[in-house]
Design a binder for this molecule. Structure first.
Ligand code: 5GP
Length: 186
């Protein structure tokens, strides 16, 4: 029988460690793939177009929205972010597992148009720790950090609506817990 693949959503506030968690999951599980998002945000130092994100102009992004080429999209801290639909459907058709590392509004859209998706929310040990991590990351201006922290507070308020909540205090423990949840659905 041709078994269909699974869609796993990893969400949580900016700075909570989603990127690190996802990298480790991919390294350990060759059957898991990561969806590459489109964004209008400028590349950070070291980020590569087509690998980290598809970096687009606002016009290009809006064209993708209008053509129905995005599975979900949202505005976040002044920029557009969205998931190109085609690679996701292809992987699922091939029986693979695909992870979307996205923010909360996008994750909610997935709930509406892809009800079988498993949605995992990553929590920081505390809001103070999250602020510390955002500052230590040293990638954003003060203005952007404040925007991201305000957004984080809104996001944390709806974490209970997700299928699973995992606290990223000890990274290895968090990864093991997430693997357990994902393996249940693979
Ligand atoms: P960053 O600018 O730090 O790379 O990402 C900002 C936020 O946008 C993060 O919470 C990240 O998970 C989220 N994000 C990245 N790609 C997508 C996407 O395709 N769709 C949505 N809705 N959010 C995304």
């Amino acid at each position: 029988m041709n078994q269909k693949g699974k869609l796993v959503i990893i969400t949580g506030p900016s700075g909570v460690g989603k990127g690190t968690i996802v990298k480790s999951l991919l390294a350990k599980n060759p059957q898991i793939f990561l969806s590459i998002s489109a964004t209008t945000r400028l590349p950070r130092k070291g980020e590569i177009d087509g690998k980290d994100y598809y970096f687009l102009s606002r016009l290009q992004f809006e064209e993708m929205i209008n053509k129905g080429e995005l599975l979900e999209w949202a505005q976040y801290a002044g920029n557009y972010y969205g998931t190109p639909i085609k690679p996701v459907l292809e992987k699922i058709e091939q029986g693979k597992t695909i992870i979307l590392e996205i923010e909360v509004l996008g994750a909610n859209q997935i709930k509406n148009n892809f009800s079988s998706a498993t949605r995992i929310f990553i929590l920081p040990p505390s809001i103070e720790e999250l602020e510390k991590r955002l500052r230590e990351r040293n990638t954003d201006t003060e203005e952007v950090i404040i925007k991201r922290l305000n957004k984080a507070k809104e996001e944390l308020a709806v974490s209970e609506e997700f299928d699973y909540q995992i606290i990223n205090d000890n990274l290895d423990l968090a990864i093991t817990e997430i693997e357990e949840k994902i393996n249940n659905v693979i």
